[in-house]
Design a protein. Structure first.
Length: 635
């Protein structure tokens, strides 16, 4: 039989496609099944107006058969089939797609939903990634004549008359021999094929059937005695592998919460129910359906470089991408789910998108929906939202800080902080609602725990004045506050700042007088401590506390510690200032020691500095020296 040659450009395209276009060889099964689905779609569409078809929607199917001895996989359908001319056009010329032509002819009609994704006519040739010979036996609807097309790759193909009992197509792939790095035999295992069908073609609208092997218990013989042991037998039966109708294609009113949760657990291998389920159906210029979930906990690898976010992308029930990152912004990378749209533009491998305009529209809509769902959860189901915050709050915080605060307006209303108001978490919107217009600032204090924050001497005067204070207990919180800058015109301000509360002229004069009056003592303490502090002064902020450590300038003590912890290449250093309460009994003792016993006064100065370090949750520079100082006072 004379072999026909592919066109020169077709030979180059086939070689490129087999070796370059597809990332994973397993894609071949998706492509062949998708072509079979397209063929069935065409005949099902024809059946709407042609009673001669004689098949209802329930009669259409795709059958996958494996012959391990012959090393063949056969995918059969009872679709429209091909005559000699269309067979040669569609398979003899690469990138000549009958599906694309059919879509163009029917896209203006309203008689049926027709989703054809085989638009480029190259998916069929993906079979050559795993097969060294591909045979097609096909019979077109309306004819009694069948044809066999056969090819071993770029060298050409043959065509001859054949026999097929009914319209449809058989694609027979003869697998390549295994090599050192290639295991083609894995595709002869029904279990492997069924997994690939469920992964890529689970939502093809027609049943995909395959003979599967299973074990079952034999019936117990009537004359079996008490010592009868159950016996098992291996059976082979045709089973439908795919689920066909995806959950997201059903109306929301017809899906129960249990079904949503079950789908999530099975699809995304999670043992807990999600916190949020959002079922979206969009129509209009861009049609898509989506089912998105907010997990109740972070995956184990979520905060690692290995984690990859993204939603599963389908087109007409066929999975295109396992993780489509373009559908989600990074800050919502924890969201899981699926998006299915017949309108996305596909490239010839169906692995990436040719244009991203459609994706940008879908992604923008999903972002708004996810944000609205989280705001609703915060308002209506606070306990659930706080569980979400525990899992993903750090993701949102770093997303606010990233890009010089580019996303702060989008995410600030999702943030939570511990607050002195009822000693619980609060949102910034809730803080703002309670904030009297006369209050000039949004106050915060930095500490490693809520308890420590509430007891810090720097916070005492603000809390006593009746103002609400945010407790920043995470390392990144102060940077987060600096990024936010203000809350609806009210500047964030540390309670350690002298601006925190208005100081009357009388109070200011009193502090200045104390500063001058005790200048000798303050200078002595500074000389004793040396470079450990940049200054020693009388405090304007301390109430009952005797001592505290504050920083002059834009870098706080907490920022300095954070930069050290992350080993920043250019660490920032705070200008530490030791502040003393001139009205305290401790300062009176220091003053008396300065006047009568300078050695003891120097010990007091060291002791106060170490106490300030402890209050600030900073490490003691010499713990042994500190204990000696304390013990010396007990003698």
């Amino acid at each position: 039989m004379k072999k026909k040659q592919f066109k020169a450009e077709s030979k180059r395209l086939m070689d490129l496609m087999i070796n370059s276009i597809y990332t994973h060889k397993e894609i071949f099964l998706r492509e062949i099944i998708s072509n079979a689905s397209d063929a069935v779609d065409k005949l099902a569409y024809r059946a709407l107006t042609d009673e001669g078809v004689g098949l209802g929607r329930e009669d259409f199917e795709i059958l996958v058969k494996v012959d391990e001895a012959a090393r063949t996989i056969t995918v059969s359908d009872n679709g429209i089939g091909m005559d000699k001319e269309s067979l040669e056009q569609n398979l003899g010329t690469i990138a000549k797609s009958g599906s694309y032509q059919f879509k163009q002819e029917t896209e203006a009609t309203d008689e049926a939903e027709v989703d054809i994704i085989g638009q480029f006519g190259v998916g069929f040739y993906s079979a050559f990634m795993v097969a060294d010979k591909v045979t097609v036996i096909t019979r077109a609807y309306g004819t009694d004549e069948a044809w066999r097309w056969e090819s071993e790759g770029v060298e050409g193909y043959t065509m001859e008359p054949a026999h097929r009992d009914a319209p449809g197509t058989d694609v027979i792939m003869s697998l390549k021999t295994d090599g050192e790095e290639e295991d083609y035999s894995q595709y002869l295992r029904p279990h492997t094929l069924s997994q690939l069908i469920r992964k890529y073609s689970d939502y093809i609208r027609y049943p995909i059937k395959m003979e599967m092997e299973s074990r079952r218990m034999k019936e117990k013989p009537e004359d079996a005695g008490e010592d009868y042991q159950p016996e098992y037998e291996t059976i082979r039966e045709i089973k439908t592998i795919n689920s066909m109708v995806p959950l997201w294609q059903r109306p929301r009113s017809q899906v129960t919460p249990e079904e949503y949760h079950s789908f999530y657990r099975e699809k995304f291998m999670d043992w807990e129910e999600p916190l949020v389920v959002s079922h979206i159906a969009a129509e209009g210029n861009l049609e898509y359906k989506a089912l998105v979930y907010v997990p109740s906990h972070a995956p184990m690898d979520y905060y690692t470089a290995d984690y990859k976010h993204g939603l599963q992308l389908y087109s007409s029930g066929v999975m295109i991408m396992e993780r489509c990152e373009a559908l989600l912004p990074d800050y919502f990378g924890f969201v899981r789910g699926v998006v299915d749209s017949p309108d996305v533009s596909l490239n010839i491998s169906r692995e990436m998108l040719q244009h991203d305009r459609q994706l940008k529209v879908i992604a923008g809509n999903l972002e708004k929906k996810i944000k609205n769902e989280l705001v609703r959860l915060m308002k209506d189901e606070r306990e659930k939202y706080e569980k979400f915050w525990e899992a993903f709050g750090i993701q949102l915080k770093y997303s606010v800080m990233g890009g010089y605060g580019a996303n702060k307006d989008k995410l600030s209303d999702l943030l939570l902080f511990w607050s002195s108001h009822e000693n619980k978490l609060t949102s910034l919107a809730e803080y703002r609602e309670r904030l009297p217009e006369s209050q000039q600032f949004v106050y915060y204090v930095v500490a490693d725990s809520v308890e420590r924050a509430a007891s810090l001497p720097q916070a005492e005067r603000v809390l006593k004045a009746g103002f609400e204070v945010l407790y920043l207990t995470a390392e990144e919180d102060e940077f987060l506050i600096q990024t936010l800058g203000e809350l609806e015109g009210k500047r964030f301000l540390s309670v350690s700042s002298e601006e925190a509360l208005p100081v009357t002229e009388e109070e200011k004069a009193k502090v200045e007088q104390a500063q001058q009056e005790h200048k000798a003592v303050l200078d002595f303490v500074k000389d004793t401590l040396g470079d450990k502090v940049s200054a020693v002064r009388i405090s304007k902020i301390l109430q009952s506390g005797a001592v505290c450590l504050v920083a002059d300038g834009p870098v706080s003590i907490e920022m300095e510690q954070y930069f050290k912890k992350i080993n920043a290449p250019m660490p920032m250093t705070a200008n530490r200032v030791l502040e003393l309460n001139a009205a305290s009994s401790v300062f009176a003792a220091l003053r008396r020691a300065y006047e009568s016993d300078r050695d003891k006064a120097a010990q007091y100065a060291e002791l106060l500095y170490n106490q300030a370090l402890l209050i600030a949750d900073l490490p003691l520079e010499n713990p042994v020296r500190y204990t000696e100082l304390v013990c010396s006072l007990m003698q």
